[in-house]
Structure formats: C-alpha cells, structure tokens
Design a protein around this ligand. Structure first.
Ligand SMILES: Nc1ncnc2c1ncn2[C@@H]1O[C@H](COP(=O)(O)OP(=O)(O)O)[C@@H](O)[C@H]1O
Ligand SMILES: [Mg+2]
Length: 361
C-alpha cells in the first residue's frame, strides 16, 4: 500500500515542499530510497529500522520503496528520518492515514526512537504556513526557533512513539508558542561594549563616523594597538538590529546549523571573523548543496578580516560584487541560488610584515 507524508528540504535559503511516498509490497525484502537523496538521506534506512523496533513497532519484511518527490530536487540531511518512519507505518496500516496531509513532519531519529534537532527550521515553518498547513511536527529542541513564526501550530515531540500517539489522536499536544518580542529583548545583549575602549579618541571618532554612514573601515596599526579589540566592539555601536533583520539573519544561521536551540534567534548584530586561510567558497558561499558563506553569516552585521594582508588575493577579489550589491548569486550547472550579504566590512592590518614601521625604537 502507498502512503504519503509531507515535509520540506532547503535549497539556498528557501524551503521547498517534499512529498515522501512510501510503497510497501510483497517481494524480496529490500529498502530503497529514490529522488536524489544524499548520503545522510540514504543512511536514513539504517536509523529508521532500529528506531521503529525500539519504539515497539514491527519492521515490515517486504519490498519497501521510498520516493522523495519532486525527484529532480536534491535532498540532504537527516530530517527525512521521521517522515519516512511515519510513511512506513502508514503504508503497513499500523497507523491511520487521515491526519497526515495536515502537517509538515521532520526530524532526525535516534536508534532508540527519540528525536534529534535538525537544521533550517525557520524557512521550513514559513513554507508550511504559506501552504496553509495546520501545523509542523518537529523535534522538541527546534520548537523555540519554529515558534518565531506566528500563525501556524508548532507541535514539539520527543520521540517517534509520541508522534504516532498524536497522529492517532491518543494524546493531545498543545501547540508551542512564545512571546517573540520578549525573547528578542532578552537576547539582545552583547558580551563586550565599545565603552571599554580606553583613550584612542581619534579611532573611536573615525569608527563612529563609519558606523553612522554605513561605511566600511580599515584599521592600520602596530601589533597590540587594539585593532582586534575595537573591531569586536563595533556591532555594539551599530543601530540595534530590528526584528525583521534579526529573522533574516536567523534564517541564514539556521540553515548552516549555527543557531543555538536555546537562543532560537540571532538578536544581536552578527560579528564574523574568519581566519585568513579561508577559501573563497567558505567566504562567499557555495558547495555541492550551496550553503551561505561568511559574508552571508555576517548579513546585517560586521565581517571582520583580521590581518587583511595575509588573505589570498583571489579570496579578497570575490568580495567585490557582493560588497556592491549586498547579495550573492551562486550559479551551478544544476541551478542558482541567492544569499543576502549586506554587511559592514572591517579590515585590520599591520603597516608592514614586522608590524613596527614608523615606530621609534
Ligand atoms: N585602547 C585600548 N583600551 C583597552 N584595551 C586596549 C586598548 N588598546 C589595546 N588594548 C588591549 O591590548 C591587547 C591587544 O589588543 P589587540 O586588539 O589584540 O591588538 P591588535 O589587534 O592591534 O594587535 C588587548 O588585550 C586589548 O584589550
Ligand atoms: Mg589583532
């Protein structure tokens, strides 16, 4: 019998709906997943099997085919574990199928049947809302991030067993909600502050001007003159990040898996300071499943290139276009994605290799 479960995958910074079709028929026992799965999706079957058994369900000794539709979109990550397990139980009539169409379901399964958090929750919940789904069933640790989106029910669950009980109507799960404004205020705290800088009035003035006018800045000075320290404190004098800006930046951090589940939102202006050995792909984004790079992670904040003169020239060259446009378009043979990248670029360097040029000895 055929079962359909609904979920989503991330491409760029958008989520795309995915239909997980599970077909279980008589025949030689096998388990195949089709629809451009990556390694993590393919390994799903090795997690789903023990998770089902350890949750008290029987794993069907039959011919199982899982199709992730649309088949031309690459799928990545372990978030399909839970929908595949639900699909299997539905296809083997162990659970009823009537409530499945109402929800987006996602989560990584542990072998004992408990759920682990996944990446890219914010865009997924937005998509579910856009498609007028009743709710999103997801791992407990992802609930805070999901609840940033209002107007859709978030059902946090801890284990496969609880999802089944919920879908069967045996238990009631209260939709999770939180006061976004309070969380945003609570988290808008910087660990450092610009007022800790002693003296250096002329540098502070220059940086204040740069920040007010939205200009980039280059700090040039001998080692120990406080370049790194000043740059780290720059986000604290930028205008406070607004909620829409914070959500935009959170979305990018969520996709890369940088978001702390307890924090749930990036409520301060990001400060990114990649090492000078960084590659161009890590800086501007890319890869087989294009991911945002450092310039997008510092969207609405500060990108600090310490020891600017040590960066490879070709890495610095790729910054030109995003610096002008505030967005980076990454084109690959299989399609193109765009990531927002509006940041303040701050560089720091010594005046010469030994760092003491012009100083009296
Ligand atoms: N104006 C200043 N006020 C407070 N601390 C300073 C100041 N200038 C330098 N420091 C301190 O000196 C140390 C070296 O500064 P750092 O920013 O690492 O220098 P640089 O990056 O220019 O080599 C840091 O511990 C920093 O806190
Ligand atoms: Mg330094």
């Amino acid at each position: 019998m055929l079962a359909k479960v609904y979920s989503a995958t991330i491409a760029g910074i958008e989520a795309y709906p995915i239909e997980i079709e599970v077909d279980v028929t008589q025949g030689l026992p096998s388990f195949s997943i089709v629809g451009l799965p990556d390694q993590a999706v393919r390994e799903s079957k090795d997690r789903v099997k023990p998770a089902l058994k350890n949750s008290g369900f029987e794993f069907p000794v039959k011919r199982i085919t899982v199709n992730l539709a649309p088949a031309d979109l690459k799928k990545e990550g372990p978030s399909f574990d839970l929908p595949i397990a639900i699909g299997l139980l539905t296809a083997t009539k162990l659970i009823k199928r009537d409530r499945l169409t109402d929800y987006f379901i996602l989560g990584e399964l542990s072998l004992d049947g408990s759920l682990r958090p996944v990446k890219g929750i914010l865009p997924t919940v937005l998509k579910a809302k856009g498609l007028k789904k009743k709710g999103v069933i997801l791992p407990e640790e992802n609930a805070r991030e999901a609840a940033l989106i209002k107007g859709i029910n978030i059902y946090p669950v801890g284990s496969l067993k609880r999802v089944i009980d919920f879908l069967e109507g045996r238990i009631e799960i209260l939709p999770f909600s939180l006061e976004v404004k309070n969380l945003f205020k609570e988290r808008a705290i910087y660990p450092v502050d610009f007022n800790e800088v002693a003296g250096q009035e002329h540098v502070k003035r220059a940086l204040e001007v740069a920040v007010s006018g939205g200009h980039n800045a280059l700090l040039l000075g001998p080692p120990g003159s406080g370049k790194t320290m000043l740059a780290k404190r720059l986000p604290t004098i930028l205008p406070d990040i607004t909620l829409p800006e914070a959500l935009e930046t959170t979305k990018i951090h969520s996709i890369v898996g940088l978001l702390n589940p307890k924090e749930a939102i990036v409520a301060t202006r990001p400060f990114r300071s990649p090492h000078h050995t960084i590659s161009d792909v890590a800086l501007i984004g890319g890869g087989p499943f294009p991911k945002p790079g450092e310039i997008s992670l510092s969207h609405n904040g500060v990108l600090f290139l310490d020891e600017l003169a040590e960066f490879h020239q070709d890495v610095l060259e790729v910054l030109r276009q995003p610096l002008e446009d505030g967005i980076i378009h990454i084109s690959r043979a299989k399609g193109s994605v765009s990531f927002p990248a509006r940041f303040m670029l701050v560089g720091a360097m010594n005046p010469c290799p030994c760092g003491t040029l012009g100083q009296q000895t």
